[in-house]
Design a protein around this ligand. Structure first.
Ligand SMILES: NC(=O)c1ccc[n+]([C@@H]2O[C@H](COP(=O)([O-])OP(=O)(O)OC[C@H]3O[C@@H](n4cnc5c(N)ncnc54)[C@H](OP(=O)(O)O)[C@@H]3O)[C@@H](O)[C@H]2O)c1
Length: 435
């Protein structure tokens, strides 16, 4: 090795799926990285709760500490990689590391969504980098694309399939005709869903990632609790079948966009998208993000959203970014402070087309009753599907509706649910046409 090659000294916190991936990939790609960057990236210390885990991974005992506080206090480390997850210790760790003059790399979208504003303010104050390529869409370099590749653009919209578990479940419901609970069980069996499935299936993980993308695109952190989030639990196999008959696929979509007045909408929910649209063919655990810039037009990013190696690839790319300029200092860039005047639209203001499935008693006049409620709120019907049934039986009534503000639609749904012939809570899904 050339004696003058600088060395970036790294402290690794956490040796789980991603931490182990980072350890292995830094070892296997060591020479390649040194050639490409001109700096050696070396893990000098690893914080891990269980010493046997470090042995399993092959981390030398001399590198291991059991308390992450020792890592962030170590004056010989340049960068801390936070891969312990959660938001309590991870927040403290990140704050202290930045305050101690270290750069920090994290894959933790929950941490950024909840505490990003404070963390980036600390990073800015201490002029340290806080990088987070692995936090959204695992192996897809979407963060760098937004921060660098598309820097000349005002971002008009981002549409993302950014939760692999949900996309796997919807794919299996579509392709194998499974009901939601069976597709979820299969995802768990195949290691694509955690035992505690709520973070993924209820949309929270996608919402955390949407908050990160929105901060990059529009320069502010969506306040906690104000990002509209709806998961998959209400979706049934029949909704996927009806959507297909109507020419649509169903995806859990993160939608982030701005209008001509600069108001921003950020939402996550199951969404009907035209079958012919490229995002409709993103299947299984794959992720994809479609970004529309005012200069470049549409750009699409596709790849694995999670897993040890894809996520490690993103973490190592952040390390390489710091190492490439090391030891010269680059200006640290803040996130989420540029457009303090951007206004977040409430869900009530969002206008879209809608899909409505009702379970109704098959008797004359029901469709007319439903149509009357919709008409009273200026909501037009664009198509109707009602399978043939015997009089008096309960049967689905599926309606595709024209553009309507969410507030009007919700009020209509409430009124419709009170019609005597409507026998179950209506299933309501939104439609995205990418106009
Ligand atoms: N897995 C993925 O595909 C993926 C993809 C993108 C982003 N991420 C993000 O990456 C982060 C890590 O995820 P992961 O899947 O690698 O998690 P994981 O497999 O659960 O690993 C977490 C690791 O951190 C350790 N740890 C937890 N609290 C600690 C503490 N207070 N002090 C020291 N060590 C501690 C755990 O040790 P013990 O085992 O001893 O408890 C374990 O080694 C999360 O923020 C996650 O959201 C993960």
């Amino acid at each position: 090795m050339n004696i003058s090659t600088p060395t970036l000294r790294v402290g690794l916190a956490g040796l789980g799926t991603v931490g182990a991936g980072v350890w292995h990939r830094l070892a296997s790609q060591k020479d390649l990285l040194r050639q490409r960057i001109g700096t050696e990236i070396r893990v000098d210390q690893v914080a891990v709760r269980r010493a046997e885990r470090a042995r399993e991974i092959g981390v030398p005992e001399s590198h291991v500490v059991s308390d992450w506080r020792k890592l962030v206090a170590n004056p010989d480390l340049d960068v801390i990689v936070e891969l312990i997850g959660g938001t309590k210790d991870a927040f403290e760790l990140t704050q202290l590391a930045l305050q101690n003059g270290k750069h920090v790399i994290t894959a933790n979208k929950a941490l950024l969504a909840e505490r990003g504003a404070e963390l980036f303010a600390t990073a800015q104050k201490h002029q340290r980098h806080l990088l987070f390529e692995a936090s959204v869409a695992g192996g897809i370099p979407i963060i760098r694309a937004l921060r660098e590749g598309l820097v000349a653009n005002r971002i008009l919209s981002i549409h993302g399939i950014i939760n692999g578990t949900c996309n796997y479940i919807l794919t299996r419901m579509n392709e194998a005709g499974l009901e939601f609970k069976d597709a979820l069980a299969e995802a768990k069996q195949n290691g694509y869903a955690e035992a505690d499935d709520s973070l993924d299936v209820d949309g929270h993980d996608a919402a955390h990632k949407a908050a990160v993308l929105a901060a990059l695109a529009y320069g502010f952190w969506v306040p906690e609790g104000q990002l509209y989030t709806e998961g998959l639990r209400a979706v049934e196999k029949q909704d996927i079948i009806y959507a297909r008959k109507l020419g649509y696929g169903l995806k859990l979509l993160a939608i982030i966009k701005t209008d001509a007045d600069g108001a921003v909408e950020v939402r996550v929910h199951p969404t009907l998208i035209p079958q012919s649209h490229v995002l409709a063919s993103v299947n299984g655990v794959f992720n994809a993000v479609l970004v529309r810039g005012d200069v470049v037009g549409d750009t699409l990013y596709y790849g694995r959203g999670a897993g040890g190696d894809p996520t490690a690839s993103a973490v190592v790319s952040d390390l390489a970014q710091i190492a490439a300029h090391f030891p010269q200092e680059q200006k640290a860039r803040n996130v989420g402070h540029e457009a303090l005047h951007s206004r977040l639209k409430t869900m009530d203001e969002i206008v879209s087309r809608h899909y409505l499935r009702l379970q109704v008693v098959d008797r004359p006049g029901v469709l007319a009753d439903v149509a009357r409620v919709l008409a009273s709120r200026q909501i037009g019907i664009s198509s109707v599907i009602q399978p043939e049934a015997h009089a008096g039986e309960i049967t689905p009534l599926v309606l595709m509706l024209h553009d309507a503000p969410e507030s009007q639609l919700q009020a209509a749904v409430l009124e419709i649910s009170k019609i005597g012939a409507v026998k179950a809570p209506p299933v309501h899904l939104r439609v995205e046409d990418f106009e």
